[in-house]
Ligand binder design. Structure first.
Ligand code: M6R
Length: 365
């Protein structure tokens, strides 16, 4: 039931603080992470020499974010690929590979086929799955249930945030096994995990009015661009997918530094550009790309961390994220993008929960 919301999608966006709690519950004991219930050994990091993350659509975007995160925090090579590509090539996967498949439904045909392929080549498969007793959950060697609760809207929201948060948990758990990492740092990241439900609530509350306003002008547009660097680029991909999926407006995401290799030619007066700037380490690089599009007349919307310094005159709309470490801040930055897709589609009067041509679970390839 929609419990008073007009659409399941809006209900599910608003459930994120709760669903994050469900994910963290039982995986945190006395302020420490414990992922053993999924089947992971306590020293799993040393068992593998690389990680493959394979999924489709929004689940793939969570894996793409994880590539940046896991390589940085675990110092293991991570490859991420959409399942429909992975399954039809000869991936270099073997018994030293940790294969992570990610799926809300647990029934996506291509993801299931990729799982079987990796397993046949000797890899151990860890699945991040929301639906219990699904095919992927049954066939994987280890399962970390996302515990987001039923997701009805075709556009995935709360399952995505829990996928991302599950990768955060995995990264922190892996980090705690590294001899060169101080316990203090692990504790700091764990404390930040615990804050996610509350911060996500804050994010929903502080973005809704502003996003409704921006959506009014976006609903009139033909093309909208999303840019970012590092984990922010993967959020740009997810923001663009969400917008096109339910509003049918053409939206594209680019690594910010790629603009001048072609796409900048499309930026003219009034074209909206959403710049994701939650990474503090490379904010200045992102901001110089924002200035480039502004100089060509773009309508710029910046999402960045509270306290960040920048020239206000280049920015038409701004939304600030509550202070959080830059690895985890992406989870907060995605919330306004979900709301942006929702309110734009609402103004465009589209069938938000059941967009044309799409199904919730893609069980055929
Ligand atoms: O059930 P899955 O997570 O395997 O589904 C994968 C994609 O089909 C799914 O994320 C799709 O991209 C969503 N509709 C996006 O909102």
């Amino acid at each position: 039931e929609k419990q008073g919301y007009d659409h399941f999608m809006l209900k599910e966006i608003n459930e994120q603080p709760e669903s994050l709690k469900w994910l963290l519950k039982d995986r945190l004991q006395n302020g420490k992470l414990d992922l053993s219930e999924s089947g992971l050994e306590s020293n799993w990091l040393s068992n593998y020499d690389k990680i493959h993350v394979v999924a489709c659509g929004t689940a793939y975007h969570s894996g793409y974010l994880a590539k940046y995160l896991l390589e940085d925090m675990l110092k293991l090579p991570v490859e991420v690929e959409v399942a429909s590509e992975y399954r039809y090539r000869n991936p270099l996967v073997n018994e030293n590979t940790l294969m992570i498949v990610v799926s809300q439904s647990g029934e996506t045909a291509d993801t299931l086929a990729a799982l079987r392929l990796a397993k046949a080549k000797g890899a151990e498969v860890l699945a991040f799955v929301n639906c219990r007793d699904s095919s992927i959950a049954r066939e994987a060697d280890m399962v970390l249930y996302l515990n987001a609760g039923p997701e009805i809207a075709v556009a995935s929201t709360k399952a995505y945030t829990n996928m991302v948060a599950a990768f955060y948990m995995l990264a922190v758990d892996g980090m705690s096994q590294r001899a060169d990492i101080e316990e203090e740092l692990v504790k700091k990241f764990t404390d930040d995990l615990i804050r996610l439900p509350e911060l996500s609530r804050q994010m929903i509350n502080q973005s809704e009015a502003k996003i409704k306003n921006i959506a009014e002008s976006y609903a009139e547009q033909k093309h909208i661009f999303f840019i970012g660097r590092n984990t922010d680029y993967t959020l740009a991909l997810e923001g663009a997918l969400k917008l096109k999926e339910i509003s049918y407006i053409h939206a594209e995401a680019y690594p910010a530094g790629e603009l001048k290799h072609g796409t900048l030619a499309l930026v003219e007066d009034g074209v909206p550009v959403v710049a994701l700037g939650s990474r503090t380490d490379i904010f200045n690089k992102l901001f110089s790309n924002l200035k480039e599009v502004k100089a060509r007349g773009a309508d710029t919307f910046l999402i960045t961390m509270e306290g960040q310094n920048y020239e206000k005159e280049s920015v038409d709309h701004i939304l600030e994220l509550p202070q959080l470490n830059q690895y985890f801040a992406g989870l907060l930055a995605i919330i306004p993008l979900q709301l942006l897709a929702y309110y734009t589609a609402l103004i465009c009067d589209k069938d938000i929960d059941q967009p044309r041509n799409l199904a919730k679970s893609v069980t055929v390839e």
